[in-house]
Design a protein around this ligand. Structure first.
Ligand code: C2E
Ligand code: CA
Ligand code: CA
Length: 730
C-alpha cells in the first residue's frame, strides 16, 4: 500500500497548521498548474515565499498526487521519519515510520480517505529516525480542480508527543482523584469553588449538575473549623506553606460533623498571585472511633466497665486543684470483706459477678458529682468533691457502706457481703497519691477493727501506719538478732489442778519498743509472709523446750505442747514437710504436738486446708480448734476436720458464774465435744468462780491468768516440778 505517511499526519488540534495547510494548498495548486516537477532546488519565484515558510515550519508539510504518492515534502517531513519525497517517491514505503501497532489502522483509514476523496485526520505514533516513539497529528485534505476533480492532497504532520503525554497524565490524575475516597476540592484565587471530586460531591450532597460557582464553601465547615480556616489555613497557604491539620466538615448525611485530616495548599501564578487553593481531606471518623475505643479500654476496667486507676488519679489531681472555697475532696477507699472466701468457695465466676454487682451498687449509691473507679482486685475508690467536713465525708461513706453491702444473688448462691471503707480528706493542693494512700491505710484500719465499717484517716491511723512500716522493717532482722522468744502458758487439769500441757506464745523483744505481743507484729508477719520463717523457728524452739520441760513428773510421760498456726502458715504448701523435718530434728513424739488452728483459717480454703490437715494427722500430730465459738463455722467443722481438742474462746468464759447465756453455751459446747470424743480447754480463765463453774460443767482443762500467766521455759520447768499446783490461785 502506498502512502500513508500522510495518514497520520494530520493535525487536528492546532489552528496554525490548518492555516498553513490552506496556504500550502494554494502553492501546490499553482505548481500543479504549471507542471509536475516540484523541485526545491530552483523554486519558481511565485513559490518562493511558500518555500521559505515551508522550510522554516515546525511541522511536516507535504503534497500527494491523486494516487497518494508524495509529490512534495518540506525538510521536517524527513525529520519525522517520512520518506518518498523524491521524484521516485512512489516506490518508497511511506508507512515505514508509523509505529507497527498503529500502522494497519492508519493505512486503512487513509485508503478510505483516498478512495472517497475526503479529508483525513488522526493521531498516531511514529518511530522517529532515532527509533523514539513520537505522537503525531496528521491530516490531509483533498485538493480539487475548479472543475471539482480531485487532483491530489495536501497535508501536515505535527509532533504532539508532549501534548499527548500531558493529556494522558491529566486523565490519569483526574481518574485517580475522582476515584479516591479522600475529599478533594479546588477554589480559585477569588475563593470560588471550581472543582470537587466525586467523594467530596457525594459527601457534601452535591450532584454532578450543581454549578459549583454558586456553592458557598463556608457551608462545608463547622463554624469552629471555618474559624480555623480563616485564622490559620488561609494565611499559611498564602505565605506559600502547606497547611496540615484537623478540621470538621458538615455533611447532610450525618448528624455529627465529620472529622477530617486536611492538607491545603495554594498554587501561584508566575507573578505570585494565588491561582487556586486545593484541599485534600480524609475522613478520620473511623480512626477517631478506634482511638476512642482504645482510649476507653486503656482507662476502663473490662469487667465492671468502671474507669480504672489512671483516670482516677487524673480526676483526683484535678479536684485537688480546685479553689479551697469549693470544700474538700474526700477519697473513699472501699474493699469487699472476705472477698477471697467468695472467690475460693464459689469460684471466680461468682467472684466476678459479685464485683460487677458491687460496682453497680456503688455507682448508684454515690452522688452524681462523685466519681467511682475500680482500683484493682476487690478495691474500689470514690472521689467526692465539695465535701464540707469530716462529718459529711463519714456520713457519705457510711451510706455507701450500707447501700453496697447486703445480699447478693450469684447464680444459684446467695451471699451476704459487707465492705470496709477508709476515708481520707484532702484540701486543695494535697497530693493525689498521698490521699489515696491515706484512704487505703484507713480502710486497712477499718478491717483491723472488725470490718463492715468506715474509718477516717486521722493522726492515730497515721501513727499506726508508721508503726506498721517500722515493724515491717525491724521484723525482718528479728530472728537473726535473736529478738524473738517464746513464753509458755500452762494448761491445767480442772479436776486436779495438775499441769496437763502448755501453749507456746511468741514474743518479740523489740530493740526500741520493748516487749511486743503477737497482736503488735503477727499481722505484719502474716502479710509479708515472714510468718513462714518465723513459724519454723517457733515450732523448733517449742519442740526443743517441750522435750526437756514438758514431762509429767509422776509418770515421766511427755505432756502435750500446743503451738499456734496462722492462716498463712496453713496455706503454705511447705508446711507438712517443715513439720516432718522439725519433728524429726527435735525428736519430739508427734502425738505430743497439738497445732491450734482458728475456724477462720479453716474457712479460707476448705479443700486445701482439709488435705493439709489430713497430711498433718498422718504425721501423728494432733489438732485443736482455737477460739472456738467466735468463727462462722461451729459444729459442722468438727465433723469435717480431724480435730481432737476444742479451745473454748475467752468471751464465753468471761460470763461464767454471772451470765446464764454464757453458762448455757459453754455447757452445750462441752457436751457436744464429749459426744464427739473431743477434749475441751477453756481459755482465759481469770477467776476461781470461772474455774469452779467450768469444772462443774465437765470441762476437762483450763488456761488463764487464774492459773498462770505465760512464762519462760525455766519458770515452766519450775512450775511443773514434782508438785501439783493449788487450784485457788498462783
Ligand atoms: P490465742 O491463741 O487465743 O492465745 C491466747 C492468748 O490469750 C494469749 O495472748 C494469752 O497471753 C492470752 N491469755 C491467756 N490467758 C488469759 C487470761 O486469763 N485473760 C486474758 N485476757 N488473756 C489471756 P497472746 O500471747 O498475746 O497471743 C495472742 C494471739 O496471738 C494468740 O491467741 C494467737 O492467736 C496468736 N499467737 C501467739 N503466739 C503465736 C505463735 O507462736 N504463732 C502464731 N501463729 N500465733 C500466735
Ligand atoms: Ca492459741
Ligand atoms: Ca485462743
Amino acid at each position: 500500500m502506498v502512502l500513508g505517511l500522510g495518514t497520520g499526519w494530520l493535525g487536528a488540534l492546532a489552528v496554525a497548521p490548518v492555516c498553513l495547510g490552506v496556504g500550502l494548498a494554494c502553492g501546490w495548486a499553482l505548481r500543479a498548474r504549471r507542471g509536475a516537477d516540484p523541485s526545491r532546488a530552483h523554486p519558481p519565484p511565485a513559490d518562493r515565499r511558500f518555500h521559505l515558510l515551508a522550510d522554516a515550519a515546525p511541522l511536516a508539510i507535504f503534497e500527494l498526487d491523486p494516487t497518494g504518492r508524495v509529490t512534495y515534502a518540506n525538510p521536517q517531513w524527513e525529520r519525522l521519519g517520512g520518506t518518498g519525497a523524491t521524484p521516485e517517491g512512489a516506490s518508497a514505503d511511506v508507512w515505514a515510520a508509523v509505529h507497527p501497532d498503529d500502522r494497519a489502522a492508519m493505512a486503512g483509514r487513509w485508503a478510505k480517505a483516498l478512495r472517497d476523496g475526503t479529508a483525513f485526520r488522526a493521531r498516531f505514533r511514529i518511530l522517529d529516525p532515532d527509533g523514539h516513539v513520537c505522537w503525531v497529528l496528521g491530516q490531509t485534505s483533498p485538493v480539487r480542480h475548479p472543475s471539482g476533480v480531485a487532483v491530489g492532497h495536501v497535508g501536515t504532520v505535527l509532533e504532539v508527543t508532549d501534548l499527548v503525554e500531558a493529556r494522558q497524565n491529566l486523565l490519569r490524575f483526574h481518574a485517580i482523584i475522582e476515584s479516591t475516597t479522600d475529599y478533594v476540592g479546588v477554589v480559585d484565587g477569588t475563593g470560588r469553588l471550581v472543582y470537587l471530586n466525586q467523594a467530596a460531591r457525594e459527601t457534601l450532597g452535591l450532584d454532578g449538575d450543581t454549578d459549583l460557582a454558586t456553592v458557598d464553601v463556608r457551608a462545608f465547615y463547622t463554624s469552629e473549623s471555618w474559624q480555623v480556616v480563616e485564622s490559620s489555613v488561609l494565611p499559611a497557604v498564602s505565605r506559600g506553606e502547606v497547611w496540615r491539620g484537623e478540621l470538621a466538615l458538615r455533611t447532610p448525611g450525618r448528624r455529627d460533623p465529620v472529622p477530617v485530616s486536611n492538607v491545603v495548599l495554594a498554587h501561584r501564578s508566575p507573578t505570585g498571585d494565588v491561582e487556586f487553593v486545593a484541599s485534600i481531606a480524609r475522613d478520620t471518623s473511623e480512626q477517631k472511633q478506634l482511638e476512642a475505643r482504645l482510649h476507653h479500654q486503656a482507662e476502663h476496667d473490662q469487667l465492671t466497665g468502671l474507669p480504672n486507676r489512671a483516670p482516677l488519679l487524673d480526676w483526683l489531681g484535678e479536684a485537688l486543684q480546685a479553689p479551697p472555697a469549693r470544700g474538700s475532696v474526700a477519697v473513699l477507699f472501699l474493699d469487699i470483706d472476705r472477698f477471697k472466701v467468695v472467690n475460693d468457695s464459689l469460684g471466680h465466676e461468682a467472684g466476678d459477678r459479685l464485683l460487677v454487682s458491687v460496682a453497680r451498687r456503688l455507682s448508684s449509691s454515690t452522688r452524681p458529682q462523685d466519681r467511682v473507679a475500680r482500683f484493682g482486685g476487690d478495691e474500689f475508690v470514690v472521689v467526692c468533691v465539695g465535701v464540707a467536713d469530716q462529718h459529711t465525708a463519714l456520713e457519705l461513706a457510711d451510706r455507701v457502706r450500707r447501700e453496697v453491702g447486703g445480699r447478693f444473688a450469684l447464680g444459684d448462691d446467695e451471699v451476704f457481703v459487707t465492705v470496709s471503707i477508709g476515708v481520707a480528706l484532702g484540701a486543695a493542693g494535697a497530693s493525689a497519691e498521698e490521699l489515696l494512700r491515706d484512704a487505703d491505710a484507713a480502710m486497712y484500719e477499718a478491717k483491723a477493727l472488725g470490718r463492715d465499717r468506715v474509718q477516717l484517716f486521722d493522726i492515730d491511723v497515721r501513727e499506726r501506719v508508721v508503726e506498721r512500716l517500722d515493724v515491717e522493717q525491724a521484723l525482718r532482722y528479728a530472728l537473726e538478732r535473736d529478738e524473738v522468744c517464746l513464753v509458755y502458758q500452762p494448761i491445767i487439769d480442772l479436776a486436779t489442778g495438775g499441769v496437763r500441757g502448755a501453749e507456746a506464745l511468741v514474743r518479740w523483744r523489740h530493740p526500741e519498743r520493748g516487749l511486743l505481743l503477737p497482736a503488735q507484729f503477727l499481722r505484719v508477719a502474716e502479710e509479708t509472709g515472714y510468718i513462714v520463717e518465723l513459724g519454723r523457728w517457733i515450732l523448733t524452739t517449742a519442740c526443743q523446750v517441750a522435750r526437756e520441760v514438758l514431762v509429767d513428773p509422776s509418770t515421766g510421760e511427755p505432756l502435750p505442747l500446743f503451738v499456734n498456726l496462722s492462716p498463712r502458715q496453713l496455706a503454705d504448701d511447705r508446711l507438712v514437710s517443715m513439720v516432718r523435718e522439725v519433728v524429726h530434728a527435735t525428736g519430739i513424739e508427734p502425738g505430743v504436738l497439738h497445732f491450734e488452728i482458728t475456724e477462720n483459717a479453716l474457712m479460707a480454703d476448705a479443700e486445701t486446708t482439709s488435705s493439709t490437715l489430713r497430711a498433718l494427722r498422718e504425721l501423728g500430730v494432733r489438732l485443736a480448734l482455737d477460739d472456738f465459738g467466735t468463727g462462722h463455722s461451729s459444729l459442722a467443722y468438727l465433723k469435717t476436720f480431724p480435730v481432737e481438742v476444742l479451745k473454748i474462746d475467752r468471751t464465753f468464759i468471761e460470763g461464767l458464774g454471772r451470765d446464764a447465756g454464757d453458762q448455757a453455751i459453754t455447757g452445750a459446747i462441752v457436751n457436744v465435744a464429749r459426744m464427739l470424743g473431743l477434749s475441751t480447754v477453756a481459755e482465759g480463765v481469770e477467776t476461781p468462780d470461772q474455774a469452779a463453774a467450768l469444772a462443774a460443767l465437765g470441762c476437762d482443762l483450763g488456761q488463764g491468768y487464774h492459773f498462770a500467766r505465760p512464762m519462760d521455759a525455766a519458770a515452766l520447768a519450775e512450775l511443773i516440778g514434782p508438785a501439783e499446783i493449788d487450784l485457788t490461785g498462783p
